[in-house]
Design a protein around this ligand. Structure first.
Ligand code: GLN
Length: 386
């Protein structure tokens, strides 16, 4: 018998792909995997089309097209008031998942500890394990998913190579502001740990919030490996254009991993993202306002049906507390919901490796109003049976 790598051979297919496939097979409304049904900004898509027709389709530079690296640096100067050297501190990747893989493979040595906060995006743990890292899990809990300083302090030790933070936090919809990040800086003071910050939802924050990047917080900036995603910024999730920003010495080694994972990223998409990152502040405000209205619409639909939506300060996601329905197994609930009610959602337990929260379901609200209304009606009819 051939034996394969233990980490990958023991993994299930990701819950996102599984649920999307189930939704396709059953004809269900797919509020599972997070992607908008809006086609995305036409000018950005047009720029990609122009580039594929009229510009080079050969390998761009390994670290990313110069125009995009400059646009990333300029974007964060504008939105985070930070100064980045586009040539030494910015790397373009084929999506944020590749960026995370590059960072973990490049930074971890076998035996190094990585502090992971649960709920955690499903790629983190297998990638830490594949890199030989030893996970130290810290659990955050609903409804406010507070960054528990004492628990993080207890998990950080002399073998900690890095802490992995997702802010805004998928699936919780929590957004950590300057005060919480300064608390994290105090917690990490005196440690050499790097801070890998998955900030892909940075522009998708609501109720007047503004994202605070770890790059702008003293005590975190020097240790920060910031990851961003054009897919999330422009609602073009299939494009898979991500970026990493880090101090030059750290970025250089992450680029060594990137050169053997994907090497580069399609040049037309890089050109279009460079263009899009230059959009004026109004575009970002309108994008946020549109999504906030959808969040409110779905939350109102659920609340009217007697369900208990949890707060969502950012991301495309709204969680429903299933405990009041007497549900203790969110995975079984979501399986029945897609098959019997025709609505796909993601069980929040799939974002935990241990000590799971098993009483919440995550719904993506980046959909047409009619789709949201129909989904809320179906969920309401289904849960009336509980
Ligand atoms: N980030 C998306 C979500 O949380 C999933 C992305 C993927 O399926 N790789 O729904």
């Amino acid at each position: 018998m051939t034996s394969f790598n233990a980490v990958f051979s023991s993994l299930p297919v990701t819950v996102f792909d599984t649920m999307s496939q189930l939704a396709r097979d059953t004809g269900a409304i797919n509020l599972g995997q997070g992607f908008p049904d809006d086609p995305g900004p036409e000018d950005v898509r047009r720029r990609a089309a122009e580039a594929v027709l009229h510009e080079s389709n050969q390998y761009p530079p390994m670290a990313g097209a110069a125009a995009l690296r400059a646009a990333v640096a300029e974007h964060y100067r504008r939105f985070q008031a930070v100064t980045l050297d586009p040539e030494r501190e910015v790397l373009i990747t084929s999506g944020a998942t590749e960026a995370i893989a590059c960072a973990l493979l490049a930074l971890l040595e076998p035996g190094d500890e990585a502090v992971l906060l649960q709920p955690l995006y499903d790629a983190y743990l297998p990638l830490v394990l594949r890199a030989g890292g030893r996970p130290r899990l810290v659990s955050l809990t609903p409804p406010d998913w507070r960054l528990d300083e004492a628990a993080i302090r207890a998990a950080v030790g002399p073998r900690t190579k890095l802490v992995l933070l997702n802010n805004p936090l998928n699936p919780a919809g929590a957004v950590y502001g300057r005060a919480e990040l300064e608390g994290l800086a105090r917690t990490l003071a005196g440690s050499d740990a790097l801070l890998v910050a998955d900030e892909v939802w940075e522009h998708v924050v609501f109720d007047g919030r503004r994202h605070v990047s770890v790059m702008s917080v003293p005590g975190l900036a020097e240790r920060a490996v910031k990851i961003g995603s054009a897919g999330k910024i422009f609602g073009l999730t299939g494009w898979k254009v991500g970026f990493v920003c880090a101090p030059a010495a750290t970025l250089r080694v992450i680029a060594k991993a990137h050169q053997f994972l994907t090497f580069t990223t399609p040049p037309n998409l890089q050109a279009a993202v460079a263009y899009g990152l230059g959009k004026d502040a109004l575009w970002f405000d309108l994008m946020r306002a549109g999504l906030q209205a959808k969040r409110d619409r779905l939350a109102a639909g659920f609340a009217e049906a007697g369900l208990t939506p949890l707060p969502s300060a950012g991301t495309y996601f709204l969680n429903v507390d299933l405990a009041p329905l007497g549900v203790t197994d969110d995975a079984a609930f979501c399986d029945r919901l897609v098959r019997e009610a025709g609505v796909a959602a993601i069980p929040v337990s799939s974002f935990y490796a241990e000590s799971k929260v098993t009483t919440a379901a995550r719904f993506c609200f980046a959909k047409d109003d009619a789709t949201l209304d129909r989904a809320a009606e179906r969920v309401a009819a289904f849960t009336r049976r509980f």
